[in-house]
Design a binder for this molecule. Structure first.
Ligand code: NAD
Length: 487
């Protein structure tokens, strides 16, 4: 469907399938389109416009032209536009939820939770827009005043993944808008409808033409590289795999572009001796199964102490094997489809390899005949360093390693090129001590979810550079300027 067709229902009205450049929705300049597919049944939802190189150039040019006026707007005015976006998206949460269910395949509860989380970035950064810090102080020698101010960095390229199509977009759009930047958003090919709808909400909230632009080039790599080489682009904010992030860092280095990188994870989850198993199982279930396991923060490597291992396995198995699985349009289902049959088969291959390497399937291990579904799965006797332990699974598979010594668990948890997230369950003092020894950006202590727009999200090692959300998120879109003023 294109914007010229006549929509009939609320969800049809929310389906924007064109590029958004300089305040106008339009097809790509060569008229080509790609199919957006519902992974729960393989049906085509709509065809989305493909952006050509000329369209990408036009989007960057529009952002560059809009920058002087937008960056000069009073912070309060930018704040109020963001606040209106929060109000509209809050009122239309079910529409946003349904779009994600349809193009991503996730369950209704997962999509609803993401809709709330995504929307909150607009409220949080509406509040941060008017609180950008500065400094004014006397130099130690007493010869000058040191004045420190922050300015919007300029045209920003925002590249997002398919797993949280709303939240990964708003986590970048909101701080960039609050800071006074203009931007080009490049969503994942699998899930462009959610981003296009969010952009349409920003349009209704009063974001002026050219400030936010949306392009969907196919193939992606050359188009993104071209935009990074456009002289107007000053910032790249990327969320996606470490593999693609590494390539983009190389490209961005040609023009020394400022980068914020939210990359892959391989989160350890440690259950310590003496852990409260009610808390540990509730938390571990969330840490694993939120978003069907397709989360960068997803618990991937379970290290469970020998003394609680069997009871933990029994209780997790009970939870996983009774989970309702199926289309997210049935709101009772708790686990939806993976984003594509290809992603589903990657998960299935990882489980098959794990079994070849000595793991035992306690529950699950099967894929659906139709749709991209994979059963909630639990594996025991997984070895540290085995393929499934060393790979970001990105699916509903709990892979358990047994340990006997806490220091050894810390060593194993840190033995990874990733450093995004870790979970620790146990008596609070010991859990805090263990958490502080983990080389990761975020640690959940006796809980399964950490994401919060008010908290700094990001990783160490090859999980990324910079932080999103919190008071730090807006700084990623600001340049610091120091003025030396003689006394
Ligand atoms: P991906 O790296 O394949 O794609 C991410 C984005 O980059 C998409 O928009 C894609 O079209 C684009 N892209 C792909 N190849 C490109 C190239 N050569 N040049 C420029 N852009 C390119 O990732 P994905 O499969 O969409 O998402 C899953 C990954 O994202 C996982 O590794 C996950 O851990 C990570 N992720 C990280 C965070 C975080 O905050 N750290 C959050 C969500 C997802």
């Amino acid at each position: 469907m294109t914007q010229t067709d006549t929509p009939t229902t609320a969800i049809d009205r929310a389906i924007f399938s064109d590029l958004y450049i300089d305040g106008a929705w339009r097809a790509g300049s060569d008229g080509e389109r790609f199919a957006v597919v519902d992974p729960s049944d393989g049906s085509t939802i709509t065809d989305f416009a493909i952006a050509t190189e000329a369209d990408c150039d036009a989007a960057v040019d529009a952002a560059a032209a809009a920058f002087p006026a937008w960056s000069a707007r009073a912070p309060r005015e930018r704040s109020e536009i963001l606040r209106r976006a929060w109000e509209i998206l809050t009122a239309e949460a079910d529409t946003l939820t349904e779009l994600m269910v349809r193009e991503n395949g996730k369950s209704w509860p997962d999509a609803k939770a993401e809709a709330t989380y995504a929307t909150e970035f607009f409220r949080w950064f509406a509040e941060e827009a008017v609180r950008v810090p500065g400094e004014y102080r006397l130099s130690p020698a007493g010869d000058k005043h040191i004045v420190v101010t922050h300015h919007p960095i300029g045209v920003s390229l925002l590249v997002t993944p398919w797993n949280f199509p709303a939240a990964m977009a708003t986590r970048k759009l909101a701080p960039a808008l609050a800071a006074g930047c203009t931007m080009v958003l490049k969503p994942a090919r699998e899930t462009p409808l959610t981003s296009a709808y969010v952009v349409s909400v920003l349009e209704r909230a009063g974001v002026p033409r050219g400030v936010v632009n949306l392009v969907t080039p196919v193939p992606t790599g050359p188009a993104v590289a071209r935009m990074l080489n456009h002289t107007a682009v000053r910032k790249l904010s990327f969320t996606g795999s470490t593999e693609v992030g590494r390539e983009l860092l190389k490209t961005a280095s040609d023009r020394v572009i400022s980068t914020s990188m939210e990359l892959g994870g391989n989160a350890p989850l440690i259950v310590l001796p003496g852990a409260d198993l009610d808390v540990a199982v509730d938390g571990a279930f969330l840490a694993k199964m939120r978003n069907g396991g397709s989360a960068c923060t997803s618990a991937n490597r379970f290290y469970v102490h020998d003394s609680v291992h069997d009871a933990f396995v029994e209780r997790m198995t009970e939870r996983l094997s009774t989970m309702p699985v199926g289309s997210g349009l049935d709101r009772h289902n708790e686990l939806g489809a993976l984003v594509s049959v290809k992603e589903r088969d990657k998960v299935a291959d990882l489980v098959d390899t794990a079994v070849e390497e000595g793991a035992h399937v306690v529950t699950g291990g099967t894929k659906s005949d139709t749709g991209a579904f994979y059963a909630p799965t639990l594996l025991t006797d997984v070895q540290h360093g085995s393929t499934i332990n060393a790979t970001e699974i990105f699916g509903p598979v709990t892979a358990i390693v047994r340990f006997t010594d806490v220091d050894e668990a810390v060593r194993l948890a840190n033995d990874s090129e990733y450093g995004l997230m870790a979970y620790v369950f146990g008596e609070e003092r010991l859990a805090m001590q263990v958490g502080q020894r983990l080389d990761v950006g975020m640690v959940a202590i006796n809980r399964g979810v950490v994401s919060d727009p008010a908290a700094p999200f990001g990783g160490t090692k090859q999980s990324g550079l910079g932080r999103e959300g919190s008071t730090e998120g807006i700084l990623e879109f600001l340049e610091t300027q120091y003025l030396a003023v003689s006394v």
